[in-house]
Design a protein around this ligand. Structure first.
Ligand code: NAP
Length: 470
């Protein structure tokens, strides 16, 4: 597939294969853009800005709704491509498509709600006799840099609100899984003037970095790892930046919890998308009294997962994004075992597959839980009180989301108030998001919020207009 810049398809000289992690087959190839091509995309996006500003909100909204219809029509085709490039089970890809359609719909609705407000200047000293109001204006050009794990929905979370508030966009998709995003941008381009939507493929450290440093890009909306996010925040200069970064989400299970619910929470939270989820359950912090029963039930349910061809609808555990990624998870788990942790089930790698793994007696100082382990691993950490559970939950540089399982409203509120995370769910695992909620972490998990309305806030600038009526 080729890049889309200013409405034209650009093939480039060098290309990179996109590999299916399940069978190692080449699915397609994309250009490795040079910096001149990234500059061309910046120029085209800047040239097209006015065409969007001149368009009524009514028209922008209708056009986004048209893309909703098109995406719905092509849902199965998009889901299959997603499965091929990411290795996620087809049923999970279909869920990502449903969510992508919903995210786009929310943006189409939000395009009609870009409100300003009247401001009572007479509430300030010397302000009597003025009439003042604010307008929310587009920033200009938004660059969206996105990761491989939910490439479509996470990209739509950036470019749909950006267009809803009349910004042109440049998308830098992940090199390992760029195709679904590029195909989606083609649908957008059918509706909007040339240059409103541009795609630039190539290495993040080159073209991504170029977009981040460019004075002609007005905002970077990034989702990815903490390491890349930190680099971006240092280089972006005066432009606005939103960073949606990694997570190391705790699931706190207190002794009065419904154990079956908590076990289901881990199955849906730690093994979804082969554990490659920012808000995945990455640490199970459980009170001693129920830990043995919980571990036994969790092992039983984990062993029911079906590893296989991700295109087969019976498969519930697909591959990781690459064999390299699976080897990294294998090494991290093996190191934890050397340090005293015990594998209760799983721990086996086969190419890019890593079996769903439950690992007990994990300590806070093990790499497995100090850093974000991006694979299907459920580490159990035993504690003896709610206070200790909260301390362990907070002993991390991350703070994306958290889940707490308990029947006590007192303990639920104590955990909700004291756990440092952007979201705390009670009796639900952290791996839950509706696409309209404010989403974004504390600490090193990020800066700013997404969830269409909140993304629009971050993609507009506020102008105040004051009339002197004295
Ligand atoms: P990543 O390595 O940081 O890559 C993300 C994107 O950044 C890719 O498009 C990458 O391009 C690009 N990039 C790499 N280096 C860059 C640079 N120096 N300047 C600009 N762009 C650069 O992350 P990943 O491995 O794809 O994704 C996994 C991570 O994302 C995990 O930590 C996960 O928790 C996090 N994540 C967070 C959220 C959230 O909403 N908080 C959601 C999903 C995932 P290339 O592909 O060409 O390297």
């Amino acid at each position: 597939m080729d890049m889309l810049i200013g409405g034209k398809h650009i093939a480039g000289d060098d290309r990179e294969d996109v590999i299916n992690p399940y069978d190692g087959e080449v699915i397609d190839s994309v250009p490795i853009a040079h910096l001149q091509t990234a500059q061309l995309a910046i120029d085209e996006a800047n040239k097209s800005k006015e065409s969007l500003v001149e368009m009524s909100a009514f028209k922008v909204s209708n056009k986004l709704f048209n893309v909703v219809d098109k995406l719905r029509q092509h849902k199965q085709e998009f889901a299959e491509l997603l499965t091929l490039e990411v290795g996620k089970p087809i049923n999970e890809s279909l869920v990502e498509l449903d969510r992508s359609i919903e995210t786009l719909k929310l943006a189409a609705e939000e395009a009609k709600r870009i409100y300003g407000e009247s401001v009572p200047l007479d509430a300030g000293l010397n302000g009597k006799g003025f009439f003042a109001f604010t307008q929310r204006l587009p920033l200009g050009v938004v660059a969206a840099i996105t990761p491989f794990n939910y490439p479509l929905n996470l990209t739509i979370h950036k470019i749909a609100p950006a267009i809803a508030c009349k910004n042109s966009v440049i998308v830098k998709p992940p090199t390992e899984a760029p195709l679904t995003v590029m195909k989606f941008c083609e649908l957008l381009n059918e509706e909007f003037p040339d240059g409103v939507v541009n795609t630039v493929t190539g290495y993040g450290s080159e073209v991504g970095d170029y977009l981040v440093c460019s004075p002609d890009v007005d905002k970077i909306s990034f989702t990815g790892s903490v390491t890349t996010g930190m680099m971006i925040s240092q280089k972006a200069g005066m432009k606005k930046v939103t960073l949606e970064l990694g997570g190391n989400d705790p699931m706190v299970v207190l002794k009065d919890a419904n154990i079956d619910d908590a076990v289901r929470g881990v199955i849906n939270g730690a093994f979804l998308n082969a554990g490659q989820v920012c808000m995945g359950v990455k640490r199970i912090i459980i009170e001693n009294e129920i830990a043995d029963e919980f571990a036994e039930k969790l092992v039983g349910e984990t062993e029911k997962l079906v590893m296989g061809n991700p295109l087969d609808s019976k498969t519930t555990l697909g591959t990781l994004i690459s064999e390299k990624a699976a080897k990294q998870v294998e090494e991290t788990v093996n190191n934890a075992v050397k340090d005293g942790a015990e594998i209760l089930t799983g721990g086996i790698r086969d190419g890019a597959f890593y079996s769903a793994t439950v690992i007990d007696n994990v300590r806070e100082d093990m790499d497995l839980v100090v850093n974000e382990t991006f694979g299907p691993v459920a580490p159990i950490m035993r504690v003896s009180s709610v206070e200790e559970a909260i301390n362990v939950a907070n002993n991390t540089e991350y703070g994306l989301q958290a889940g707490v399982f308990t029947k006590s409203y007192y303990d639920a509120m104590k955990c909700a108030q004291e756990i440092e995370a952007g979201t705390v769910f009670i009796n639900k695992q952290s791996t839950f998001r509706t696409d309209n909620m404010p989403f974004g972490g504390f600490k090193n998990s990020g800066v700013g919020k997404e969830g269409i309305k909140y993304a629009v806030d971050e993609m507009t600038k506020t102008k105040l207009i004051g009339l002197n009526l004295r």
